[in-house]
Structures are given as C-alpha cells and as structure tokens.
Design a protein around this ligand. Structure first.
Ligand SMILES: C[S@@+](CC[C@H](N)C(=O)[O-])C[C@H]1O[C@@H](n2cnc3c(N)ncnc32)[C@H](O)[C@@H]1O
Length: 217
C-alpha cells in the first residue's frame, strides 16, 4: 500500500463528506448494505456496526436486533443520531464516537460485528480486524462489505496510481483481498464463511468471517 492514511486525516475527510454522503454513496451501495444486514440479522442479537457513518443502514435492521453504531467522524454521527430520532429506531442502543482500531467494548460483547465499506477506509486495517474478532463472541460473525482491488492488470495499475488522491478522500482504491486472507490465515479463532461479489461493477465483496466456537479452534 503506497499512501499513508492517519485516523485523524480519515475523520477530517468524512467530516467533509457528511453533508453529501447519502446523496453520493446512498444508492450505489444499497444492494451491498442490504446483503450485509440480511447476514447480520440471521444471527441477530447484539450487533456492533463499526463505521456506521450517517446511519444509512440502521433502518434496515430487524427491530429484534439491538444495534450499537460507532464512527470516528462526529459530523457523520450527527447525521446518524438525527436519523435514529426521525425514524424512531428504538432498537438502536447507542451511536457514539469510537475507533475501529481500539474498540471501547469488552471482549465477546457482540453477536455480530458489521463493517460496511469501512475496512479499506481505516488507517490500519489488520488492527481493526483484530478488534472485530476480540469483541465478537465465539459462534458469532464478522460481516464486512469491502472494496476489493484488482491485484494486477490495467485496473490494478490504475487503482495504485489513484491511491495518493483517494487516500486524501478517506478511502483506498488499492486494497487486495489478500489482506483479509492473510489476516484469517494468521489466526486460529476465525474462518472465512463466504466471499461474494456485490454491486457495483464487481469491485466490492461481501465477506463473512466466523468467530469460531472454542471447541472448533
Ligand atoms: C465509506 S464510509 C461508510 C459508511 C457506512 N458504513 C456506509 O455503509 O455507507 C466509511 C466510514 O468509516 C468511518 N471510519 C473510518 N475509519 C474509522 C475508524 N478507525 N474507526 C471508526 N470509523 C471509521 C468513516 O468516518 C466513515 O463514516
């Protein structure tokens, strides 16, 4: 990965995106979000949505699921709080500032951890994944929608070239699936359940990772 992203820089970038975020990134990620929500609701219970942003996903969760949302951008969170109030989302327990790389929750405190279009925006993705696994209970699931970059070819070259620009906008174009595969391979308490392409344009995937029960580790 060529360009360095910092958590403060990413927070500033999303503070700037907040007023127009839903307009720009609402429709384009709708199908992916719906797939992630379906996967999370299948397990249900206590759901942590990391990088909840403007809370665009929140109305989609089953009212029987209890959702906590965190993000590093205050301006994005203001939008999420307004949405929770406006739509009376009583199943949303909390919307608050939090860093994916240092989650302020006890071990195993959630049944599902959801991160939609977030891991490629986080300064240190592997550290965030470690935190997702820590707060997810054994038998639970980590549900991710993610940018997946082309590893080679013309698209791969373009994505690498764009990195200095897109990293200032708060996301990476150059984001190989190997990052997830290597992280999973390096731990004995997680396993890949599913990797499925989601729209738009085959540049994104739904990735479901099991936090293994202790007897399966
Ligand atoms: C592309 S937006 C996705 C927002 C929302 N999940 C969606 O589906 O539209 C990425 C979000 O991740 C948040 N984010 C980036 N780094 C983060 C971190 N370290 N901890 C928590 N949130 C982070 C950004 O502030 C932003 O709201």
């Amino acid at each position: 990965m060529t360009a360095v992203m910092t958590t403060a820089g990413v927070a500033q970038a999303y503070d700037r995106w907040a007023p127009i975020y839903d307009l720009v990134f609402g429709p384009v990620f709708r199908q992916g979000r719906a797939s992630a929500i379906r996967a999370a609701d299948r397990i249900g219970g206590r759901i942590l949505e990391v990088g909840v942003g403007t809370g665009i996903s929140l109305p989609g969760y089953a009212r029987t699921s209890r959702v906590t949302g965190i993000d590093i951008s205050e301006d994005m969170l203001d939008k999420a709080r307004a949405r929770v109030r406006r739509q009376n989302l009583h199943n949303v327990d909390a919307i608050r500032v939090g860093d994916a790389e240092a989650l302020d929750f006890a071990d195993e405190s959630f049944d599902v951890v959801v991160a939609q279009y977030v891991v490629s925006a986080v300064a240190n993705p592997a550290r965030a994944l470690d935190e997702f696994a820590r707060v997810c209970r054994p038998g639970g699931e980590i549900v991710i929608t993610t940018r997946v970059g082309a590893e080679k070819g013309v698209r791969g070259t373009i994505e690498k070239t764009l990195m200095p620009v897109t990293s200032r906008l708060g996301f990476r174009t150059d984001f190989p699936f190997a990052l997830y595969a290597d992280w999973i391979a390096g731990r004995d308490d997680v396993a890949l359940i599913e990797r499925r392409e989601i729209p738009p344009l085959g540049h994104f995937s739904l990735v479901r990772i099991a936090k293994l029960d202790r007897e399966d580790q």
